[in-house]
Design a protein around this ligand. Structure first.
Ligand code: SF4
Length: 266
């Protein structure tokens, strides 16, 4: 099956907003954080440690692996070492040999786990596509998504797979309403004419695969419509709750006030 990226050039006016799964997820977490990142494009000086690059490096290694003719584990580990060195070099961070070896070892363990699961499920075969970027239109808005892997399983059914490097797998309920999974499935459907047989979240570190039970597209479009209404009314309230990883917390009044409130009673 051939899938090509589609953009209707007529619709590419400057006013068109693009929505990606990560921007939509961020809006759901905190509209104010979304506004700072995607509308105001505020920069912060948050320093990233090498761990922040780790997930991308694992993804890149898996992508490279699936572009090979043969799927041998030795090449997988060699690619990992090469990509990790390149990532460290490009990040400009100073990483000691000891730190590098620890990350290298952890990645080998993760990739071994990934390989074992793919082998057990007979998914070490030439894929339909890898890291496929798809764009579709909804109410004149471009919906962008990237699919890690599209593959035919041994029963010749299409699986859309998203690799996750979290230490803990998501629950079935979380997966069933996952905006990224829904947007990937929706975009895939627009190109192929039908839903993928399976949308799988493969948690490589824990060896768990959680399959979306049902593709509830209404959840996706409800979230998109909410974002579009917020943009129309320019209403992006700060919603403290998941502030720990927010790069804007130092300058966020809602966060600072909340901290003071907690301090008063602790
Ligand atoms: S610190 Fe919390 S409330 Fe403030 S923008 Fe970030 S996530 Fe939102």
């Amino acid at each position: 099956m051939e899938i090509t990226t589609y953009i209707d050039n007529k619709m590419l006016a400057p006013s068109i907003t693009q929505i990606s799964p990560s921007s939509l997820i961020l809006f759901n977490i905190c509209p104010n954080q979304y506004k700072k990142m995607y509308i105001l494009r505020e920069k912060t000086e948050t320093e990233k440690g090498i761990a922040a690059y780790n997930g991308n490096a694992i993804h890149e290694t898996i992508q490279r692996f699936y572009m090979r003719e043969k799927f041998d584990i030795k090449s997988l580990f060699e690619d990992w070492e090469y990509i990790l060195k390149k990532t460290v070099h490009n990040s400009g961070l100073t990483v000691s040999q000891k730190q590098f070896n620890t990350i290298l070892k952890d990645g080998v363990k993760t990739l071994q786990a990934f390989y074992d699961v793919q082998k057990e499920r007979s998914l070490l075969v030439k894929p339909i596509d890898v890291e496929l970027e798809l764009r579709t239109l909804y109410k004149g808005i471009i919906l962008t998504s990237r699919i890690d892997l599209i593959i035919k399983n041994k029963k010749e059914n299409i699986e859309v797979i998203d690799f996750k490097t979290n230490w803990k797998a998501k629950t079935q309920n979380e997966v069933d309403s996952d905006l990224q999974g829904l947007m990937c499935a929706w975009n895939y459907k627009q190109f192929s004419g039908k839903d993928p047989y399976k949308v799988v979240f493969h948690f490589v570190k824990t060896k768990e695969r959680v399959v979306m039970n049902e593709l509830k597209y209404e959840i996706l479009f409800r979230a998109i419509d909410k974002l579009l209404t917020a943009e129309k009314n320019n209403r992006f309230p700060a919603t403290p709750g998941n502030c720990d990883f927010c790069q804007y917390k130092k300058s966020c009044v809602a966060y600072t006030k909340k901290r003071k409130f907690y301090c008063k009673f602790t």
